[in-house]
Design a protein around this ligand. Sequence first.
Ligand code: FES
Ligand SMILES: [Fe+2]
Length: 341
Amino acid sequence: MRRHGIEEGRGGFVEGAWYIIADAARVGKRPVTVERFGTRLVLFRDERGALVAARARCPHRGADLGLGRVVDGTIECPYHGFRFASDGRCVAIPCEGRGAIARGAADALALTRYEVREHRGFVWLFWGERPAELPPVPWFEGLPADERHAHTASMEWDVPFARAMEGMLDIHHLPFAHRPWVLGVGALLDPYDVRVEGDVIHAVGVLRHDDGEPWDGRRGLKFELEVRFPGLLRLSFGKVVGGLAGCAPIDAGRTAIVGRYYLPIPVIGRLLARLGMLMEFRLIQPGDERMLASSEPRDADLDACRFVRADAGILAWHKMRRARLKAPREGEPRRLPVEPG
Ligand code: FES
Ligand SMILES: [Fe+2]
């Protein structure tokens, strides 16, 4: 049985990795349903406040548990009130009376749970078969130690995951796809360097005007991009602004993006980060989505494109994907990430 590594599962999703699937602030006292990897997941907090992720479909007759409520750390289905503990066990079947659980009536009713963590204000989900030892939740070096001067926001793109990641790794579209917002930014991407270390792609470059001269070390818009395969991105423009984005497939055709700006400036940093995110997600990113959603073919296809030097980051991501994807063996049963109970 394959225990480690990444493989492509049903629906074409990259398995065996941690994904940011939501802003943890979204999960309070009430359960929340999100769709990721073509599956509806309910997120709620147990009596200690720890996150629980489970299939949102109630094992009884399929109602969405996210429409229910949390009672003493258990999730109660909105339809007939069956309750499920954080370990997935069904702990109450009201219509069958108090003794039902003891009589074993709930034995076939366990919830399917998923590995989930709360880290730095994000909800992280491990998608795929659970290895004997879970890898640590990834993070990026050099980010501020807390979220005091940060703002987080979420959006959904009508774009397949691989296409969305291509968009994240694309820099030289800036002066065109975002023309009104980046006036004065040159179109020449030079210098540009892409380096791969483990599952991280580092790209550094300068967008500048093509004056026929070699770069003088000063002029132009410098950027630094880091993508941790498959869906985590860190972006820095200049010295102060740091951005982070976690992408995860909603289904085969859509992608969820949770973004965050860090602006470690005393007093006004948080406000500026909020304004930055507002501008990013309302004005800038819709330009990316428009380009990607209108691109043919709809899903990423290396053979259908003619890449240039400035696309090296995208190629590095695809190379990683190719190397680490493994088609499921014929007849191999699809496992659930966490066994109930
Ligand atoms: S469908 Fe959930 S309790 Fe009946
Ligand atoms: Fe963009």
